[in-house]
Design a protein around this ligand. Structure first.
Ligand SMILES: Cc1cc2nc3c(=O)[nH]c(=O)nc-3n(C[C@H](O)[C@H](O)[C@H](O)COP(=O)(O)OP(=O)(O)OC[C@H]3O[C@@H](n4cnc5c(N)ncnc54)[C@H](O)[C@@H]3O)c2cc1C
Length: 599
């Protein structure tokens, strides 16, 4: 299908079909989606051993010098801790061993970051902002051999930062204002760039020696005016270069100890060999780094849910309020949801990591894993706080003073919240994921919108035939799946076909307006994610064969089926139409009387 035709009915990002299993679910072909993930691909055993050994080293060598209370209170990680992290190779986790890195796969990298995150979010932030993004990724994957020789060793030893966000640039990168003016010598040969602008929220900015900066490349300042095209390139900038000013540390609701600031660049000279990748490629490098970075964010969120489950289980089995609270159904439901959702999110993270390790496109699965683990994970850590009651809201130090059991509930709760915001907000990733899933439909819809009567009739017929074909199930055989899980696959298979049929209906109904139906888009995302996770948990539990795991997969699949049925119901029965006019009234101040009586 020609790209240009798709552009007519456009949701940004929907310009490429989805290769992985989630793409087949969007097409109503669950049988192919399942055969993509079954038999389940386990972590490579050598990798698993390597990871376990590294985590042991972190336990014995790093943890004794980490004082999480002081990191929380001082909002700073001591230099000695960073030096130890460096000695342990934690700033070269994915760098191949032949280049003197730890050579971890994405799967193992996730495990290490999850473990670090369970110790301190600040330590995980140092490691993930550097290893997933920072200057490391661009040099490793886009640097020339000369650049790798020159910079890699230094960059592997100390945290670096990645500068993308600006005051006017969060979810809308096209408004980027930082620019790099080409500098030429007398012979008109390009020798470097002058960098100007200000970046926001750069993690590791204060301690970093190098920052990777994305900027619009120009010759003359008038090229910054609206109407001129953008040429985003990526530059490696030494933080001790004249003209680099790193602002005061930003303080956040959680993640105390994160190193984060807004760097300014005032006429900073960047030599030519500090540009990584070709001119114009900076944006793509950033997006690629973010694709795998998101899997790690999801892994850290899953680790937070593991802590939530462990703390909740322990408290619910010892807190007595006219009986153990763990015996009450309202508490049991929270424990149940935490366990089954954790199993699903961990499996989804593993699926995305495994695709990335096999060099398959994992971008859609990575975004889905990040949305799932951070959104559902947030509900889980909130439930943990609720189960702990007043003690859940109380800081650990305060509890410790009274010699109470003091798990870091309040810290985990505060720290996880931001994961729904950074490395792509849940809203933006949802829109993007769905745009990718809708690719085959949007292409057809675009042809119908732009074409003449004959094209419209042809497209209508194609959609109608597709719609009718989806009434019939593809031949399938779940014989290698434990019998108690097979009916879940039958359900998911039917749900996937119903999903595709309803999408066709909505494409025909809304056409170009579909891109503005964000509430419908969000339902589409969750239906696709729930169907995918049913496939994944069944595949994983079947491979394990352990009866506890089969029971967990069975419980998750029932829970997910309930969610899918609710979402299908709401697809056709909702009050979405009320939202826009009401929100417009709210934005216009018509209900501002509600805001009276506050400071
Ligand atoms: C602790 C922390 C660390 C960070 N580290 C880094 C870093 O190392 N490097 C870096 O470059 N950046 C970093 N960031 C920035 C982070 O990536 C951005 O905050 C994030 O991308 C969101 O951008 P924004 O804050 O400008 O929000 P906005 O883009 O202004 O969004 C505000 C709200 O509007 C929603 N929204 C926006 N557009 C749409 C739409 N079309 N439809 C529906 N909803 C929409 C968003 O989802 C969000 O809920 C960090 C931020 C934090 C808080």
């Amino acid at each position: 299908m020609a790209r240009s035709s798709v552009a007519k009915v456009e949701i940004p990002g929907g310009d490429k079909p989805v290769e992985g299993p989630i793409g087949r679910i969007w097409e109503g072909d669950f049988v192919s989606a399942f055969s993509d993930v079954f038999p389940w691909k386990e972590q490579n055993p050598i990798d698993a051993e390597k990871t376990a050994a590294l985590i042991d080293e972190i336990r014995t060598e790093l943890l004794p010098i980490v004082n999480t209370t002081s990191i929380e209170e001082e909002r700073e990680v001591p230099i000695a801790v960073l030096e130890k992290m460096s000695d342990l190779g934690l700033f070269a986790l994915k760098v191949p061993e032949e280049r003197f890195g730890k050579g971890l796969s994405q799967w193992s990298y996730n495990d290490v970051l999850g473990f670090l995150g369970s110790v301190s979010s600040a330590l995980a932030a140092y490691a993930s902002a550097h290893n997933s993004l920072g200057a490391l990724y661009p040099i490793l994957y886009y640097g020339t051999e000369e650049q790798r020789q020159k910079f890699l060793l230094a960059v592997m030893r100390w945290p670096t930062g990645f500068c993308f966000t600006e005051q006017m640039v969060g979810s809308d990168p096209a408004s980027m204002q930082t620019y790099a003016t080409r500098v030429r010598n007398e012979d008109k040969n390009l020798i470097g760039y002058r960098l100007n602008g200000e970046k926001w929220y750069t993690t590791n900015a204060l301690r970093a020696k190098y920052l990777a900066v994305v900027a619009n490349t120009i010759d003359w300042k008038h090229q910054l005016l609206p109407g001129f095209g953008k040429c985003f390139s990526l530059f490696l900038v030494r933080t001790d270069s004249p003209g680099v000013i790193i602002g005061p540390p930003n303080k956040f609701a959680g993640m105390h100890g994160i190193d984060n600031a807004n760097p300014q660049f005032r006429d900073v000279f960047v030599p030519l060999d500090h540009r990584i990748g070709p001119e114009g490629k900076g944006f793509n490098i950033a997006l690629e780094a973010l694709n795998t970075g998101r899997i790690a964010v999801a892994a850290i969120a899953s680790a937070a849910v593991k802590q939530a489950l462990s703390i909740s289980r322990e408290w619910a089995s010892k807190r007595d309020q006219r009986g153990l609270i763990g015996k009450y159904e309202l508490i049991q439901e929270k424990l149940f949801r935490m366990a089954v959702e954790l199993y699903a999110m961990e499996t989804l993270v593993q699926c995305a990591a495994s695709r990335s390790d096999r060099h398959l496109d994992a971008s859609v699965e990575a975004a889905a894993a990040k949305i799932f683990a951070t959104e559902v994970g947030w509900q889980c850590v909130d439930d943990m706080l609720q189960i702990r009651g007043g003690r859940g809201y109380e800081a650990s130090e305060s509890l410790r003073r009274r010699e109470e059991w003091a798990p870091p509930v309040e810290r985990i709760w505060r720290d996880l919240r931001v994961a729904r915001v950074f490395e792509g907000t849940s809203e933006i990733l949802t829109l993007w994921d769905v745009a990718r899933g809708l690719y085959p439909y949007l292409g057809l819809a675009a042809r119908a919108v732009s074409g003449g009567v004959t094209t419209k009739a042809k497209v209508g017929l194609t959609l109608l035939l597709w719609h009718e074909k989806l009434r019939f199930s593809k031949r399938h055989n779940w014989k290698d799946v434990p019998p108690e899980l097979r009916n879940h696959l039958d359900f998911a298979e039917r749900a996937s076909r119903q999903f595709a049929r309803q999408i066709i209906g909505s494409c025909l109904k809304y056409q170009k307006k579909l891109q503005h139906k964000q509430l419908l888009i969000e339902r589409m995302f969750w239906i696709s994610a729930r169907i995918l996770t049913i496939a994944l948990v069944v595949a994983r539990a079947s491979a394990s064969g352990r009866k506890e795991e089969v029971a967990l997969a069975d419980a998750y699949a029932r829970h997910a089926a309930g969610e899918i049925k609710r979402l299908f119901f709401e697809w056709g029965n909702n009050e979405d139409g009320l939202v826009r006019p009401s929100a417009e009234k709210i934005l216009g101040g018509e209900f501002s009387f509600l805001e009276r009586g506050i400071i």
